[in-house]
Design a protein around this ligand. Sequence first.
Ligand code: ZN
Length: 203
Amino acid sequence: MGAQCRAVLEAGADLLHLDVMDGHFVPNLTMGPQLCEDLRKALPEAYLDVHLMVTDPGDFVEPFAKAGANALSFHIEVLDAPGAIELCERVRSMGVSPAIVVNPQTPVEKLEPVLEHVDMALVMSVNPGFGGQAFIEQTLRKTEWLRQRVRGNQRIEMDGGVSPETAARVREAGCDVLVAGSAVFRQPRERWSELIQNLRGDA
Ligand code: ZN
């Protein structure tokens, strides 16, 4: 995994997005803090963007901060607004960048009270839990809504079904961080650089 991650960074990726699944908030299980720590050791310069698809994000903030995460995002579906704001402050106090995530079925307006406390808002463009799903077009509206509300130094990220076919619409809707998994990793390594340029809109 370290070799794959190094290769994707060399091919032009700006960061590594780690999908942490707890088998509860989503049906799947992926990685824990140990894998994050191992990646941090293997790739000291990499920006590690950790997406906590978990029911109790508060339990994982400290372990992932210690494991070398640069950013930690957690879901609005598992927190009320005061709880999300408190968690943002905890994350920031550990020197990590806080972000809030919204699932496809959740109204984006739920993010409003939390927005000023985060560095990034993450719009899920598939139902979280598995890779390789089809992009849900309506989620682009959420990005447009966010784009009108965020400050210049806040980012909007989109995760799920981002590919050369959807990336232009994602960028035009106002996203500046695009997460791609299958679109890159299911292709031969010789094509990664071209694919990443394509996602970025440089092609
Ligand atoms: Zn993710």
